[in-house]
Design a protein around this ligand. Structure first.
Ligand SMILES: [Zn+2]
Length: 387
């Protein structure tokens, strides 16, 4: 069995316990055997040691909102989602390698074309493809007239029920619904699927033991989803005070994805009209995010397909009021809970998967340290730097 010890100047295990000076992790196979101060973890003579020097060790990060074949840095990237399957698969292969190198060892993909995500997930699991462990939604479910670039249209409760069942049969781990658009087009935020369609999708997913996530920026669709038992709200850009209050009371999760409104690199590649719609509401989204982050709502974070840039999402969250420890939890411990993987990933604890990242700097003092990933260990294997 592969065994090694990894050492850093500081170890943040992600549980919320204080960081450990001169921390180390002993790895056996793909699991963590021991975590603690370097001189206490026990290291049988002859065990290989990876000394990360002044790096800080943290749990492998989790992107709660990805799309495998999306690349928002490409010109008119929404149109590229209609590329051939082969082109999309090649992009996904590249994106997954970028993610892993950026310290993302687990990702939840919330909608991809033609079940490409299931193929990628299996290829990562079997070791054929380099990338984070994946939880996948397969086809996003949207109404014909609704938004959802990676969604497929299904109309009527029967069609929605069938779509959910087909997704599950094809290998979906989570069911993704598209409720609203992403930018505001008028004073009222539309809710595209009917109340009955939303309820059927969530009921069908839950009965099969799957969780649900919904693209929802606010409006009447928010309350419908809440009442129907939705597990995780995605984006929430325009949640009102009242909606935030309801979310807080419900104890449900919000997955924050700031970059679509704040990262010019992904906005300038959009057709001008759409790009301007994002820019127009940037300040309003910033204000709403500040209210959300002050409210005590439980949140995680995702890139929405901006591969390799999860740390940038956290930079925004800290800028708008999250503490560094909240931001780190949003991509480690809390993210693992949202994915239902809290027993196996999200913290550095004995028995969990050996997903460990070494960063330059202490992210609890400056979250931007997460942009400086130097070492990535995924399932006990050292990927970067190469051994
Ligand atoms: Zn998305």
């Amino acid at each position: 069995m592969n065994q090694l010890v990894i050492k850093g100047s500081l170890l943040i295990d992600g549980t919320g316990r204080p960081p450990v000076e001169k921390g180390a992790v002993r790895i056996a196979g793909d699991r963590i055997a021991a975590v603690g101060p370097e001189n206490e973890i026990g290291s049988p003579a002859g065990l290989p040691v990876v000394d990360c020097g002044d790096q800080v060790l943290i749990p492998g990060m989790i992107d709660c909102h990805s799309h495998l074949s999306m690349d928002p840095t490409q010109e008119n990237w929404p149109a590229r989602l209609n590329d051939s399957d082969a082109e999309q698969a090649l992009r996904a292969v590249n994106n997954l390698a970028v993610d892993l190198k950026a310290g993302i060892t687990t990702a939840r993909s919330l909608g991809d074309r033609n079940f490409l995500d299931v193929v990628c997930k299996k290829a990562v699991e079997s070791g054929k493809l380099l990338g984070p462990r994946l939880l996948v939604a397969t086809r996003g479910i949207r109404a014909t007239h609704g938004h959802g670039m990676v969604g497929y249209p299904f109309d009527g409760p029967d069609a929605v029920r069938r779509a959910v069942r087909e997704n599950i049969k094809a290998g979906a781990d989570v069911i993704k619904l598209f409720i609203t658009g992403t930018v505001r087009t008028g004073p009222e935020l539309p809710c595209y699927p009917s109340e009955q369609e939303i309820a059927v999708a969530i009921e069908e997913a839950h009965r099969a033991g799957l969780r649900t996530a919904a693209h929802c920026i606010g409006g009447k669709g928010f309350e419908i989803c809440l009442a129907a038992g939705l597990d995780c709200f995605e984006h929430g850009y325009f949640l009102t005070d009242r909606e935030i209050e309801l979310l807080l009371k419900s104890d449900r999760w919000l997955d924050l994805t700031p970059s679509p409104f704040f990262t010019e690199e992904r906005i300038q590649t959009l057709p001008k009209e759409i790009a301007d719609a994002f820019r127009k509401d940037r300040d309003e989204v910033a204000r709403r995010m500040q209210v959300i982050l002050r409210s005590g709502v439980k949140f995680v974070a995702g890139t929405d397909g901006m591969h390799g840039e999860l740390a940038q999402e956290l930079d925004y969250l800290v800028r708008y009021g999250a503490s560094e420890s909240q931001a780190l939890a949003a991509v480690t411990r809390n993210a693992s809970a949202v994915l239902g993987l809290e027993e196996t990933v999200g913290t550095l604890e004995a028995g969990k998967f050996a997903d460990i990242v070494g960063v330059q700097g202490n992210p609890l003092k400056d979250i931007r340290a997460l942009k400086k990933v130097r070492t990535v260990i995924s399932r006990g294997k050292l990927f970067s730097p190469q051994p």
